[in-house]
Design a protein around this ligand. Structure first.
Ligand code: TYD
Length: 206
């Protein structure tokens, strides 16, 4: 596999989308062909699964069902988009990947990180990001930003305690994977965050 795979992670409202757009421009200037994708979603089937997962009427969705649905959307995205792109030498930037499941379902929902990775083994076909950018943000700030932007979905409507567990979960996961996960304070100005990301990617691609 010759391409590069970058995932962007963090609590809701941490500014991933803005940073992905800036990173895309930078990698384009470097001559990479870029594929941008998001989870859950990124293919017609995965976007349909996203509609089910985030539908706020489905208040009784079981945690295991939720974890399996995220994994099923991911399975389709990996085989249809991510794997072929990496094999063709492209740069893939994904707005969330399997770490989101480790944190949201494994830690905040309490299913356990090992269980969640076990389920996802089928979905990811051994593909893991070369580098993961973790935008670290207090839960209250992130959810506050989301409320200003749009109607909240089923996950965003969770309690503040849940979102605090998510924010803390990411910090734990980053501490466990210091070689892959690079944490940045997401309360910093946009251009400063972008520069930090650029420097990190520069280390990777030289
Ligand atoms: P996202 O698309 O980042 O939300 P938005 O576009 O509204 O910013 O993610 C959707 C939600 O799904 C978000 O609350 C995080 C959650 N999620 C999980 O719980 N597990 C997962 O594996 C993924 C990919 C996302």
């Amino acid at each position: 596999m010759t391409g590069i795979f970058i995932s962007m992670e963090g609590p809701d409202g941490s500014g991933k989308t803005t940073q992905i757009e800036l990173l895309k421009k930078y990698l384009n200037d470097k001559g990479y062909e870029i594929i941008i994708t998001r989870e859950p979603g990124g293919t017609v089937i995965s976007e349909a699964v996203r509609e089910i997962i985030l539908n706020k009427e489905y208040t009784n969705m079981g945690y295991m069902t939720e974890a399996l649905l995220y994994a099923s959307a991911r399975a389709q995205l990996v085989s249809e988009v991510i794997k072929p792109a990496l094999e063709a030498g492209k740069a893939v930037i994904s707005d969330r990947f399997v770490d989101s499941s480790a944190v949201y379902q494994g830690m905040a929902r309490g299913l356990g990180v090992d269980t969640v990775y076990e389920i996802n083994k089928f979905a990811i076909q051994k593909i893991m990001p070369d580098v993961t950018i973790h935008l670290d943000l207090p839960a209250k700030v992130g959810i506050g930003r989301k409320k200003e932007q749009a109607e909240l979905d089923r996950m965003e409507l969770e309690t503040i305690e849940f979102h605090e567990q998510v924010a803390e979960g990411y910090r734990k996961l980053a501490a466990l994977n210091p070689d892959r996960i690079y944490t940045i304070d997401a309360t910093l100005p946009i251009d400063i965050i972008h520069n930090k990301i650029k420097n990190k990617i520069e280390e990777l691609i030289g």
